[in-house]
Design a protein around this ligand. Sequence first.
Ligand SMILES: [Ca+2]
Ligand SMILES: [Ca+2]
Length: 170
Amino acid sequence: MNLHLYSRARFLALLLAALVVAIPLAIAPPAAEAAVKKPLDIVKVYYDPPGKDHAKNSGYVKEYIQVKNTGKKTLTLTGYVIRDNGPQKFTFPKGTKLAPGKTLTIRSGKGKNTTKTKYWNKSSYIWNNTGDTARLYNDKGKLLESCKYKGVRKKASKGYVRSTTTTAFC
Ligand SMILES: [Ca+2]
Ligand SMILES: [Ca+2]
């Protein structure tokens, strides 16, 4: 066999083999698959509302964390948990439901729970202005998301999410 022809045939064979591998990868569904496994997602932490902090419930309730159902089914969040980097813990009330595509706001401080808003019911702020980590667990204690922010305007980097002076984008 002519060496030139041989290498061309070999090249074509390799190219074909590469395509056989590459095509299924190209048509496989992308990141959306991950969202099916972890349908409840932390969207943001509004950790430092504008204005000076003041030790009053009217201040505490301005601070919040938001979660979203990114899946296709309504979620029952009974027993799901949110924690900060310290001892603060929020357990979703029994019977909390979240429809696909909907967000739920959990406000620090006290108030009356509604379908869209739940209250941590603490007499304090939850989210540190100088940086913190929000962690979300399902009812079996499995960590679904960890969102670490610095309390400044910052691009996402080295384990920290993007943040502004008020908001961490998880
Ligand atoms: Ca997220
Ligand atoms: Ca705060």
